[in-house]
Ligand binder design. Structure first.
Ligand SMILES: Nc1ncnc2c1ncn2[C@@H]1O[C@H](COP(=O)(O)OP(=O)(O)OP(=O)(O)O)[C@@H](O)[C@H]1O
Ligand SMILES: [Mg+2]
Length: 306
């Protein structure tokens, strides 16, 4: 288990993280979401022992991050924000150095490095110095360093930031592959990533926890949850006809698309389908919406700002 208890960090007058408490079970991919400056990276730095909390603490697999920081760090892999330090080292040197810092020597060290290099597809850049790598490759070197020792807890600060679409896909697969049995915490600004990858999401703003839910639970808070969207020639006629359904609460036309919102009475999707059949409209697209995370995110974080 990972347990944060009233984790708090001040920078002078700024309260960057404000009494964050949460518990994470193995098998979880927890996503930290929040606007820039919300306190996501600061929380991750405290969890991984790179920044001391002003008050509060956390426990990682039974090790308190303040009293027992060496043991806590041993069970964690951490991808910090930005590029890896030691830019003047080659990728091979840097990873060998990181493996030695984790206590591996000789063949075992080489094996650990080789495996991480394979997983992040770094073979072609092993001889290149880190400072000369592209942004995405720097990110991948950072990830290789984080997973070197196969830690049970991974804290990854924007793991797919700057990666090309193929590598985004690879890194998400890697995280998914590693997730059973492990505790993985990621931060991200890519909302589709939350849906694709996370089993749980925490929305943070101004250092405070505003929502803690499954991606599905967040989607259920969207006004688009179970709405029906249509693209058809008879837009205006359909809007007034469908707006009269007892299953519909309201209709909206936006950019050539009609969306009907559910009243909560009966099955809206079926009712809309029935009307389409009866009227013989020329429908090119019908969709039952699961909800829109960007709208939920905006609502939750804006409400807080107001
Ligand atoms: N060393 C520091 N000294 C002073 N203020 C800091 C320091 N580190 C972070 N902060 C401030 O703390 C707040 C939280 O920053 P943090 O980096 O945790 O945000 P974040 O949620 O990771 O944002 P982003 O999405 O932009 O990465 C910000 O207002 C930031 O300016
Ligand atoms: Mg950050």
């Amino acid at each position: 288990m990972l347990k944060a208890r009233e984790l708090t960090r001040r920078f002078g007058p700024l309260l960057a993280v404000d009494r964050l408490s949460f518990e994470v079970e193995p098998g979880t991919v927890l996503g930290f979401l929040g606007p820039n400056g919300a306190g996501k990276s600061t929380t991750m730095k405290m969890l991984t022992g790179f920044l001391a909390p002003t008050s509060g603490t956390a426990e990682v697999l039974g090790h308190d991050i303040r009293r027992d920081s060496v043991a806590a760090r041993r069970v964690m892999g951490y991808l910090p924000e930005g590029a890896p330090l030691y830019g003047e080292l080659s990728v091979a040197q840097f990873l060998a150095f990181a493996a030695e810092a984790r206590g591996f020597r000789g063949n075992e060290r080489d094996r650990k490095v080789r495996r991480a290099v394979e997983r992040l597809e770094l073979g072609a850049v092993m001889g290149q110095t880190i400072e000369t790598l592209s942004k995405g490759f720097k990110r991948r070197v950072g990830l290789a360093q984080a997973i070197l020792h196969d830690p049970p807890v991974l804290i990854l600060d924007e793991p797919t930031d700057g990666l090309d679409p193929n590598q985004k896909h690879e890194v998400r697969s890697l995280i998914r592959e590693m997730s059973p049995e492990r505790i993985i915490v990621i931060s991200t600004h890519i909302l589709e990533e939350v849906d694709a990858l996370c089993t749980r999401a925490m929305i943070i703003a101004h250092g405070r926890l505003l929502a803690d839910d499954t991606p599905r639970g967040l989607l259920e808070r969207s006004r688009y949850h179970h709405a029906v969207s249509l693209e058809l020639e008879e837009l205006d006629r359909a809007a007034s006809r469908l707006g009269e359904l007892p299953e519909a609460r309201e209709v909206e036309i936006r950019r050539g698309r009609l969306t009907v919102f559910p009243s909560g009475q009966g099955d809206l999707f079926r009712a809309v389908g029935k009307v389409i059949d009866e009227e013989g409209w020329h429908v090119s697209h019908v969709q039952l919406e699961s909800g829109r995370l960007d709208e939920v995110f905006r609502n939750i974080t804006r409400k807080e700002a107001a």
